[in-house]
Design a protein around this ligand. Structure first.
Ligand code: IMP
Ligand code: MG
Length: 189
């Protein structure tokens, strides 16, 4: 049997990450978001999670949507815009497409973070072109000062400072996605 003690708090074990949004703060906010979305969207909408970054957020949010009485369809769209560094390449590519038909659907696009806006602008246009009835955007984090194209989210988890953050699905060079909280790397490895 495992023992839990105050000295094994996983949030204090990493010396390389400074916590910005704690596990509990995220859980509370995602639960609220579920309520917010349920008041604005169709009960049987289609959730499209933009991978890879949003997989943790998506898993938590769809259960918050369930608690709020919603019954969505879920699909996944893998896009890439970043290489392995911290600066955007500016180019968005489809790495893996959705498999469901979006024609006539009310779609909720999910992403981990809205920064330049290029990824979500690309995804929104793609889903609109395929005949969705409506496309709403929900992002876990928003860095509004970093926008390069004109796009806003309909639902935002937290406004994020203009720093490179990791955890809760967000990576640095493919690592750190497993952290249950969001933090800033103290120094880029
Ligand atoms: P965009 O600049 O809005 O297109 O952001 C696109 C993608 O960049 C996001 O989906 C993330 O995967 C990644 N990204 C942007 N900012 C950060 C960050 O601070 N940490 C980790 N990934 C980020
Ligand atoms: Mg991403």
């Amino acid at each position: 049997m495992s023992e839990i003690s105050a000295t094994t708090d996983p949030e204090s074990e990493r010396s390389d990450v400074e916590v910005l949004f704690s596990t509990q703060a995220i859980a509370d906010r995602v639960d609220q978001l579920g309520g917010e979305i349920s008041r604005t969207m169709d009960r049987n909408c289609m959730v499209i999670a933009v991978l890879k970054g949003s997989f943790v957020f998506c898993a938590d949010l769809i259960r918050a949507l369930h608690r709020a009485g919603m019954h969505p369809r879920i699909d996944f769209l893998t896009l890439s815009s970043y290489g392995t560094g911290t600066e955007s390449s500016g180019e968005v590519k489809i790495t893996r497409d959705i498999t469901d038909d979006v024609a006539g659907m009310d779609v909720l696009l999910l992403d981990d973070i809205l920064e330049s806006g290029r990824t979500m602008a690309f995804a929104k246009e793609l889903i609109q072109e395929r005949g969705a009835k409506s496309v709403n955007i929900c992002v876990f984090l928003d860095k509004p000062n970093k926008r390069k194209v004109e796009i806003d989210a309909d639902h935002v988890g937290f406004v994020c400072p203009d720093q490179f953050v990791v955890g809760y699905g967000l990576d640095y060079a493919h690592y750190y996605r497993e952290l249950p909280y969001v933090g800033v790397l103290r120094q880029t490895p």
